[in-house]
Design a protein around this ligand. Structure first.
Ligand code: SF4
Length: 263
């Protein structure tokens, strides 16, 4: 007993001070891509970034380019290919949004400037009634719809001592019948559709649908392969999109807490 207490004092508190303090991110973390409008010269570079992108996340326009976070796997091939260094990656981890349109970045802004005055994807919290139901207690049923286990592993990490998602009243449950929200990962191929639909039907209303990771948002790398799906939007409209390949646990946590109006 005494030994346990001494060890506890020696190790001190390991849980992140987030959201009271900004999260400590790993050195190699890649966050929100930045597009330097002045440096981008799509007319003279042969659209090297779009050619290098394995998922078709980049569209070029006469006056620059747009980058879809819902398709991006954060591989940084575009940044390496650009001869003018017009694309770089920030350490901004707040990537989640409530509309697909706002995941598209153009000249450093997410969505159209007039409908999103911020520089991260717009995330509209749940309405007052849903917040009163879920903001202090949200039970998630995770559905791995043929994910590669990266998104699933980072969802799993939310329960460890560093992120400790349970301190916010958020937890994962084993049955959709006990769930307030379905958190879906993976590209949702044809073979998984019936299972996901049954899971959706089993969850009580009102329920929140969360697409976590690039595959769940759009199918990602797999969206044009036979038998594969284009993510959750093919079946249900997500209430929350969390980009990333995989999304960092702080990105997931930030999305959940902002959706619940907790930060
Ligand atoms: S980082 Fe994203 S936009 Fe850039 S090449 Fe990779 S997938 Fe495409």
């Amino acid at each position: 007993m005494l030994h346990g207490l001494i060890e506890r004092l020696r190790q001190k508190k390991r849980t992140a001070a987030y959201p009271g303090k900004p999260p400590v991110l790993p050195e190699r973390f890649r966050g929100l891509p930045l597009i330097a409008e002045a440096a981008c010269q799509t007319g003279s570079c042969g659209k090297a970034c779009a050619s290098a992108c394995p998922t078709g996340a980049i569209q070029t326009h006469d006056n620059g380019l747009s980058l879809d976070l819902g398709l991006c796997i954060f591989c940084a091939a575009c940044a390496s290919a650009c001869p003018h260094a017009a694309i770089s990656f920030s350490r901004e981890y707040r990537l989640a949004g409530t509309s697909r349109e706002h995941l598209v970045i153009r000249a450093g802004r997410c969505g159209q400037a007039e409908d999103n005055p911020g520089d991260i994807p717009l995330l509209v919290p749940l309405d007052r009634k849903l917040r009163s139901m879920f903001s202090r207690s949200l039970k998630l049923r995770e559905i791995s719809a043929a994910g590669c286990n990266a998104c699933e592993a980072d969802c799993n990490a939310l329960g460890n001592i560093l992120f400790d998602v349970q301190r916010f009243g958020i937890d994962f449950v084993a049955s959709p019948r006990h769930a307030d929200a379905l958190l879906i990962t993976g590209p949702l191929p044809k073979n998984m559709r019936l299972a996901v639909q049954k899971c959706h039907a089993a969850a009580p209303n009102p329920k929140i649908i969360i697409a976590a990771g690039t595959c769940a948002i759009s199918g990602g790398l797999f969206r044009n392969l036979s038998g594969q799906g284009k993510g959750v939007p093919e079946l249900f409209k997500p209430d929350l999109y969390i980009p990333g390949c995989p999304p960092h646990p702080f990105t997931i946590l930030d999305g959940l807490l902002r959706l619940l109006g907790r930060i």
